[in-house]
Design a protein around this ligand. Structure first.
Ligand SMILES: C[S@@+](CC[C@H](N)C(=O)[O-])C[C@H]1O[C@@H](n2cnc3c(N)ncnc32)[C@H](O)[C@@H]1O
Length: 187
């Protein structure tokens, strides 16, 4: 059976502010027309919604492993068809990312690495945390960024993934924004 997430996450900025912080980062930097891969939409879909409504023309491809969160997206899209122009969410396991199906991104939010993978993913030959991170790294444009959430439950284990990203793809630390740590792909 797929290691799906049998829960649904509403917006709670005190507990998990990463999506809001990333939206603020884009807005403060005045980023426009960028393409973004987003790990973990939540049922609130705040990043896709805010991006669609703030005039930035940024495009977001979000992934959720929660049937409830995906249902929420379908409902939102039916109610707000303009949302679908720049925000696509899909249901799936990030540990099954296939680079052949991914466009190039300017930004990747790798917020929930090392939080959800278990032996259930092993049972169907899914990627590891480092492997899917490298798949995404290879789809980031030169000079593009991967953001990590320092408040993640998996952040301690993610430090080894970040080391792998640096060692195997040459990404460098280029700063932070609120709870986010920013790694940039060399030009
Ligand atoms: C704690 S919620 C956080 C949601 C949102 N980023 C936020 O901070 O409000 C974790 C998110 O990770 C997603 N998720 C969990 N396991 C996943 C997997 N294997 N593949 C893709 N998404 C997954 C869930 O669907 C959920 O959206």
């Amino acid at each position: 059976m797929l290691n799906f997430w049998d829960a649904s996450w509403g917006l709670d900025e005190r507990l998990c502010p990463c999506d809001v912080h990333f939206a603020e980062y884009l807005e403060e930097k005045g980023i426009k027309g960028a393409s973004i891969f987003h790990f973990g939409t939540g049922s609130h879909h705040i990043l896709g919604l805010r991006t669609a409504e703030n005039g930035s023309n940024n495009a977001v491809l979000g992934i959720t492993a929660s049937p409830g969160e995906y249902d929420a997206y379908i409902k939102l899209l039916i109610e707000k068809p303009r949302l679908g122009a720049t925000y696509k969410a899909y249901f799936g396991d990030i540990y099954q990312l296939d680079p052949r199906l991914l466009p190039e991104f300017d930004y990747v939010t790798n917020f929930h690495t090392c939080e959800f993978r278990t032996e259930k993913n092993d049972a169907y030959g899914a990627l590891t945390d480092l492997e899917f991170t490298l798949v995404l790294a290879d789809r980031i444009r030169l000079g593009g960024e991967m953001h990590f959430y320092t408040g993640s439950d998996g952040y301690k284990a993610t430090l080894a993934v970040i080391e792998g990203l640096k060692a195997q793809r040459g990404f460098t630390d280029t700063g932070s924004f609120k709870t986010l740590r920013i790694l940039t792909k060399p030009r």
